[in-house]
Design a protein. Structure first.
Length: 308
């Protein structure tokens, strides 16, 4: 009798155990069972997107964590080591640090009563592109290189050292209004809405741009070599053509507008900015060095720009 009862109990246990095993198989096979864990991990990943932006497989970390922003670069943009042994890249990526949000706010536009706009130098970006003006200057091609077409959308442009990419990204993160030189050329009255205008490396501009900028009451000329050469913008063909300046059409022509405040020499090639300072001109202030290598990590400079 006892053996019979024990056999029945054993059978019941085996049946229960079978159902449990089948259920366990279903649980393992069903990803919804671990929904809470997936959700938790997703939230952690999203909250750390800013913090870990430099740790992706496509990016190379450039600056350490003591910098104002995370600074990285794509592996594909590596150009080798500089003479001083520093790893060099053709372009960089700035990512905000969550812990610096309050600092970014303090470095942004001064207050609601003072409007400031930054002009992004798309024309200059095009001038420096492949088969552009600089290939002509170097004797690699004839005058066909003095007309450059924009082959990609504005949103997909990869700005560079020559077109002040660092400053463009810094001012965007800090909350400044950004407009392109295309916007200004199409509608110069846009600048009348702003108390201050910040120029980047806007080396190549149209005549309309030159006139409206030089007649604005307060311009911060952040990069030497601004307003250096005149171009014609053709919006039907989506291109720009060099008209005058930078040794064209005569080698003796430096500034295409004969502008007396052109500060290309001696400041354009001072990219260390060890003795940086602004000096006054008729309609604003000019910086005496090329700040691309310091703009992303020089809090004092950003404070001066805010307060000028």
């Amino acid at each position: 009798m006892n053996i019979y009862i024990l056999s029945i109990v054993a059978c019941i246990i085996l049946v229960i155990l079978g159902f449990f095993i089948l259920g366990l198989d279903k649980i393992i096979a069903n990803p919804l069972i671990v929904k809470d864990n997936i959700t938790s991990n997703t939230i952690d990943t999203e909250s750390n997107t800013i913090q870990n932006a430099n740790n992706t497989t496509d990016n190379v970390k450039v600056q350490d964590n003591s910098s104002l922003f995370f600074v990285s670069s794509n592996k594909e943009d590596y150009v080798g080591k500089t003479e001083s042994g520093v790893e060099g890249y053709s372009r960089y990526i700035l990512t905000p640090k969550e812990e610096n949000r309050q600092l970014y706010d303090s470095l942004g536009p001064k207050n609601a009563n003072q409007t400031t706009v930054v002009i992004v130098p798309m024309f200059t970006f095009l001038a420096y592109s492949d088969h552009g003006f600089y290939d002509y200057y170097a004797g690699k091609c004839d005058k066909e290189c003095l007309t450059v077409s924009a082959t990609v959308e504005v949103s997909k442009l990869k700005f560079s050292y020559s077109s002040s990419e660092m400053a463009y990204r810094v001012f965007g993160i800090l909350g400044y209004d950004l407009i392109s030189d295309v916007d200004v050329d199409k509608d110069p009255s846009l600048l009348t809405k702003y108390d201050r205008v910040i120029l980047l490396h806007n080396e190549y501009v149209t005549k309309k741009m030159f006139n409206v900028i030089t007649h604005h009451p307060k311009v911060i000329y952040l990069y030497p070599n601004a307003l250096h050469a005149e171009v014609l913008a053709d919006y039907e063909n989506n291109s720009i053509t060099l008209l005058r300046g930078h040794g064209y059409p005569e080698k003796t022509i430096e500034n295409g507008f004969d502008w007396k405040y052109d500060n290309t020499h001696p400041y354009e090639f001072d990219n260390e900015c060890k003795n940086r300072e602004f000096y006054k001109i008729d309609n604003g202030f000019m910086l005496n060095c090329y700040p691309e290598n310091i703009i992303y990590n020089d809090i004092k400079l950003l404070q001066i720009i805010r307060d000028l």
